[in-house]
Write a protein that binds this ligand. Structure first.
Ligand SMILES: [Zn+2]
Ligand SMILES: [Zn+2]
Length: 268
Protein backbone atom coordinates (compact mmCIF):
# COMPACT_ATOMS: atom_id res chain seq x y z
CA UNK A 1 0.00 0.00 0.00
CA UNK A 2 1.27 3.48 -0.88
CA UNK A 3 2.53 5.41 2.14
CA UNK A 4 0.97 8.79 2.87
CA UNK A 5 3.58 11.59 2.47
CA UNK A 6 4.56 13.41 5.68
CA UNK A 7 3.24 16.72 4.33
CA UNK A 8 -0.26 15.21 3.99
CA UNK A 9 -0.01 13.43 7.36
CA UNK A 10 0.92 16.77 8.92
CA UNK A 11 -2.14 18.67 7.71
CA UNK A 12 -4.42 15.75 8.61
CA UNK A 13 -3.03 15.57 12.17
CA UNK A 14 -3.29 19.36 12.57
CA UNK A 15 -6.87 19.29 11.31
CA UNK A 16 -7.87 16.41 13.58
CA UNK A 17 -6.35 18.17 16.60
CA UNK A 18 -7.36 21.79 16.06
CA UNK A 19 -10.68 21.68 14.20
CA UNK A 20 -12.59 20.00 17.10
CA UNK A 21 -10.85 22.20 19.68
CA UNK A 22 -11.80 25.36 17.81
CA UNK A 23 -15.31 24.07 17.24
CA UNK A 24 -15.81 23.45 20.97
CA UNK A 25 -14.02 26.50 22.37
CA UNK A 26 -14.27 29.12 19.62
CA UNK A 27 -13.53 32.71 20.59
CA UNK A 28 -14.94 33.97 17.29
CA UNK A 29 -17.58 32.02 15.46
CA UNK A 30 -16.46 31.48 11.91
CA UNK A 31 -16.92 28.89 9.19
CA UNK A 32 -14.46 26.02 8.92
CA UNK A 33 -13.74 27.08 5.33
CA UNK A 34 -13.48 30.76 6.21
CA UNK A 35 -12.20 33.46 3.89
CA UNK A 36 -8.66 32.72 2.74
CA UNK A 37 -8.56 29.04 3.72
CA UNK A 38 -7.37 27.92 0.29
CA UNK A 39 -4.64 30.57 0.25
CA UNK A 40 -3.47 29.37 3.65
CA UNK A 41 -3.52 25.77 2.46
CA UNK A 42 -1.17 26.82 -0.37
CA UNK A 43 1.09 28.37 2.29
CA UNK A 44 1.01 25.14 4.29
CA UNK A 45 2.29 23.06 1.37
CA UNK A 46 4.83 25.58 0.08
CA UNK A 47 5.99 26.44 3.62
CA UNK A 48 6.55 22.77 4.43
CA UNK A 49 9.05 22.35 1.60
CA UNK A 50 10.62 25.80 2.06
CA UNK A 51 11.11 25.02 5.77
CA UNK A 52 12.82 21.70 5.06
CA UNK A 53 14.97 23.20 2.31
CA UNK A 54 15.98 26.13 4.53
CA UNK A 55 17.03 23.78 7.35
CA UNK A 56 19.28 21.83 4.99
CA UNK A 57 20.85 25.01 3.58
CA UNK A 58 21.41 26.42 7.08
CA UNK A 59 23.21 23.25 8.16
CA UNK A 60 25.45 23.48 5.07
CA UNK A 61 26.06 27.18 5.81
CA UNK A 62 26.95 26.49 9.45
CA UNK A 63 29.30 23.64 8.46
CA UNK A 64 30.97 25.88 5.86
CA UNK A 65 31.39 28.63 8.45
CA UNK A 66 33.39 26.16 10.56
CA UNK A 67 30.35 24.94 12.50
CA UNK A 68 29.86 25.81 16.11
CA UNK A 69 32.18 27.86 18.30
CA UNK A 70 34.43 25.14 19.89
CA UNK A 71 34.71 26.36 23.50
CA UNK A 72 31.03 27.29 23.76
CA UNK A 73 29.96 24.18 21.94
CA UNK A 74 31.71 21.85 24.40
CA UNK A 75 30.13 23.70 27.33
CA UNK A 76 26.61 24.00 25.87
CA UNK A 77 26.47 20.47 24.45
CA UNK A 78 27.37 18.93 27.83
CA UNK A 79 24.56 20.58 29.76
CA UNK A 80 21.47 18.55 30.78
CA UNK A 81 18.91 18.26 28.00
CA UNK A 82 16.24 20.22 29.92
CA UNK A 83 18.62 23.12 30.42
CA UNK A 84 19.67 23.09 26.78
CA UNK A 85 16.06 23.10 25.55
CA UNK A 86 15.15 25.94 27.94
CA UNK A 87 18.16 28.00 26.83
CA UNK A 88 17.43 27.27 23.15
CA UNK A 89 13.85 28.48 23.59
CA UNK A 90 15.01 31.68 25.26
CA UNK A 91 17.77 32.46 22.75
CA UNK A 92 15.62 31.44 19.76
CA UNK A 93 12.70 33.60 20.86
CA UNK A 94 14.95 36.54 21.69
CA UNK A 95 16.34 36.37 18.16
CA UNK A 96 12.80 36.07 16.79
CA UNK A 97 11.71 39.06 18.87
CA UNK A 98 14.49 41.22 17.36
CA UNK A 99 13.78 40.28 13.76
CA UNK A 100 10.02 40.53 14.32
CA UNK A 101 10.48 44.05 15.65
CA UNK A 102 12.40 44.95 12.51
CA UNK A 103 9.68 43.36 10.38
CA UNK A 104 7.23 45.80 11.96
CA UNK A 105 9.36 48.93 11.95
CA UNK A 106 11.43 48.80 8.75
CA UNK A 107 9.06 49.77 5.90
CA UNK A 108 10.37 47.37 3.23
CA UNK A 109 10.42 44.47 5.71
CA UNK A 110 6.88 45.32 6.81
CA UNK A 111 5.69 44.73 3.24
CA UNK A 112 6.70 41.08 3.66
CA UNK A 113 5.37 40.71 7.20
CA UNK A 114 2.07 42.45 6.34
CA UNK A 115 1.13 39.24 4.54
CA UNK A 116 0.99 37.40 7.90
CA UNK A 117 -1.07 40.23 9.37
CA UNK A 118 -3.46 40.27 6.40
CA UNK A 119 -5.49 37.41 7.92
CA UNK A 120 -8.83 38.69 9.10
CA UNK A 121 -9.61 35.34 10.73
CA UNK A 122 -7.01 34.10 13.15
CA UNK A 123 -7.05 30.36 13.63
CA UNK A 124 -4.61 27.42 13.49
CA UNK A 125 -4.42 27.56 9.70
CA UNK A 126 -3.55 31.29 9.72
CA UNK A 127 -0.23 30.30 11.35
CA UNK A 128 1.27 29.30 8.03
CA UNK A 129 0.46 32.52 6.14
CA UNK A 130 4.04 33.74 6.04
CA UNK A 131 5.80 35.10 2.97
CA UNK A 132 8.64 32.73 1.92
CA UNK A 133 11.21 35.51 2.35
CA UNK A 134 10.07 36.07 5.92
CA UNK A 135 10.03 32.34 6.60
CA UNK A 136 13.66 31.99 5.47
CA UNK A 137 14.74 35.18 7.28
CA UNK A 138 13.22 34.36 10.66
CA UNK A 139 14.28 30.72 10.56
CA UNK A 140 17.86 31.73 9.74
CA UNK A 141 17.96 34.34 12.52
CA UNK A 142 16.65 31.80 15.04
CA UNK A 143 18.62 28.74 14.03
CA UNK A 144 22.08 30.02 13.06
CA UNK A 145 22.88 31.25 16.63
CA UNK A 146 21.64 27.95 18.05
CA UNK A 147 23.82 25.94 15.66
CA UNK A 148 26.83 28.14 16.41
CA UNK A 149 26.32 27.78 20.14
CA UNK A 150 26.53 24.01 19.77
CA UNK A 151 23.22 22.78 21.17
CA UNK A 152 22.92 19.03 20.90
CA UNK A 153 20.91 17.44 18.08
CA UNK A 154 18.36 16.15 20.64
CA UNK A 155 17.89 19.63 22.13
CA UNK A 156 17.44 21.17 18.68
CA UNK A 157 14.96 18.45 17.68
CA UNK A 158 12.84 19.08 20.81
CA UNK A 159 13.11 22.82 20.22
CA UNK A 160 11.88 22.41 16.63
CA UNK A 161 8.84 20.38 17.72
CA UNK A 162 8.07 22.85 20.53
CA UNK A 163 8.39 25.82 18.16
CA UNK A 164 5.97 24.33 15.62
CA UNK A 165 3.47 23.27 18.28
CA UNK A 166 3.38 26.66 20.01
CA UNK A 167 3.14 28.50 16.68
CA UNK A 168 -0.11 26.68 15.90
CA UNK A 169 -1.32 26.93 19.50
CA UNK A 170 -0.99 30.74 19.74
CA UNK A 171 -3.03 31.27 16.58
CA UNK A 172 -5.84 28.93 17.62
CA UNK A 173 -9.28 30.46 17.66
CA UNK A 174 -10.12 29.64 21.28
CA UNK A 175 -11.48 31.94 23.94
CA UNK A 176 -9.85 30.24 26.91
CA UNK A 177 -7.61 32.29 29.15
CA UNK A 178 -4.70 30.62 30.87
CA UNK A 179 -4.29 32.56 34.13
CA UNK A 180 -0.93 31.13 35.20
CA UNK A 181 0.40 29.67 31.97
CA UNK A 182 0.09 33.03 30.20
CA UNK A 183 2.99 34.37 32.28
CA UNK A 184 5.22 31.46 31.31
CA UNK A 185 4.58 30.76 27.64
CA UNK A 186 2.78 32.52 24.82
CA UNK A 187 -0.94 31.76 24.62
CA UNK A 188 -3.64 32.46 22.01
CA UNK A 189 -4.73 35.50 24.05
CA UNK A 190 -1.18 36.87 23.93
CA UNK A 191 -0.65 36.43 20.18
CA UNK A 192 -4.18 37.41 19.13
CA UNK A 193 -3.48 40.85 20.60
CA UNK A 194 -0.47 41.00 18.31
CA UNK A 195 -2.87 40.54 15.38
CA UNK A 196 -5.29 43.21 16.62
CA UNK A 197 -6.73 45.29 13.77
CA UNK A 198 -6.50 48.34 15.99
CA UNK A 199 -3.51 47.74 18.24
CA UNK A 200 -2.89 50.15 21.08
CA UNK A 201 0.80 49.88 20.36
CA UNK A 202 2.05 49.26 16.87
CA UNK A 203 4.55 46.69 18.05
CA UNK A 204 2.98 44.66 20.82
CA UNK A 205 3.56 41.04 21.87
CA UNK A 206 6.38 40.39 19.43
CA UNK A 207 7.70 37.24 21.08
CA UNK A 208 6.01 33.99 20.09
CA UNK A 209 7.12 31.71 22.89
CA UNK A 210 8.09 33.67 25.99
CA UNK A 211 5.95 36.70 26.95
CA UNK A 212 8.62 37.75 29.44
CA UNK A 213 10.72 39.00 26.52
CA UNK A 214 8.00 41.53 25.67
CA UNK A 215 7.68 42.38 29.33
CA UNK A 216 11.42 43.17 29.50
CA UNK A 217 11.31 45.36 26.37
CA UNK A 218 8.07 47.12 27.28
CA UNK A 219 5.98 45.73 24.41
CA UNK A 220 3.81 43.38 26.48
CA UNK A 221 0.10 44.07 26.03
CA UNK A 222 -2.64 42.00 27.65
CA UNK A 223 -5.79 44.01 28.41
CA UNK A 224 -8.57 42.47 30.46
CA UNK A 225 -10.96 42.35 27.52
CA UNK A 226 -11.52 38.97 25.94
CA UNK A 227 -9.78 39.12 22.56
CA UNK A 228 -9.54 41.64 19.73
CA UNK A 229 -12.81 42.14 17.85
CA UNK A 230 -11.13 42.54 14.48
CA UNK A 231 -7.89 41.31 12.95
CA UNK A 232 -5.89 42.34 9.92
CA UNK A 233 -4.43 45.59 8.67
CA UNK A 234 -5.72 48.58 6.78
CA UNK A 235 -3.68 47.56 3.75
CA UNK A 236 -5.55 46.37 0.71
CA UNK A 237 -3.92 42.96 0.31
CA UNK A 238 -5.86 40.57 -1.92
CA UNK A 239 -6.24 37.09 -0.44
CA UNK A 240 -4.43 35.14 -3.10
CA UNK A 241 -1.21 33.16 -2.71
CA UNK A 242 0.48 34.43 -5.87
CA UNK A 243 -0.60 38.04 -5.28
CA UNK A 244 0.90 37.73 -1.80
CA UNK A 245 4.21 36.57 -3.24
CA UNK A 246 4.57 39.70 -5.36
CA UNK A 247 2.93 42.11 -2.88
CA UNK A 248 6.23 43.29 -1.29
CA UNK A 249 7.53 44.17 -4.76
CA UNK A 250 4.43 46.00 -5.98
CA UNK A 251 5.98 49.50 -5.63
CA UNK A 252 8.42 48.43 -8.35
CA UNK A 253 5.75 47.01 -10.67
CA UNK A 254 3.62 48.86 -13.25
CA UNK A 255 1.07 51.32 -11.84
CA UNK A 256 -2.07 49.13 -11.94
CA UNK A 257 -0.37 46.55 -9.71
CA UNK A 258 0.30 49.09 -6.98
CA UNK A 259 -3.34 50.06 -6.46
CA UNK A 260 -4.27 50.06 -2.80
CA UNK A 261 -0.82 49.19 -1.56
CA UNK A 262 0.82 52.58 -1.22
CA UNK A 263 0.27 53.12 2.49
CA UNK A 264 3.18 53.09 4.85
CA UNK A 265 4.00 50.23 7.17
CA UNK A 266 1.93 51.65 10.01
CA UNK A 267 -0.88 49.50 11.28
CA UNK A 268 -4.03 51.43 12.12
ZN1 LIG B 1 3.88 40.73 13.54
ZN1 LIG C 1 0.74 35.43 14.01
Amino acid sequence: MMEIPDVIKGILILGFVFVPIEKALAAHHQKLLREGWFTDLCYYFSGYFIGHGTTKLLIVFVLMSQGSIPILSRFVGQQPLVLQVTAAIFIGDLCFYCVHRLLHTVPWLWRFHAIHHSSTNIDWLATVRVHPFEQILTKSCQMIPLYWLGFSTEALAIYAVFSSAIAFFIHTNIGIKFPILKWIIATPEFHHWHHDRYPQLKTQNLAVQLPIIDYIFGTWYMPDQNLPKQYGTELNIKTNYFKHLIYPFTPFLPKEETHGSSRSHIDP
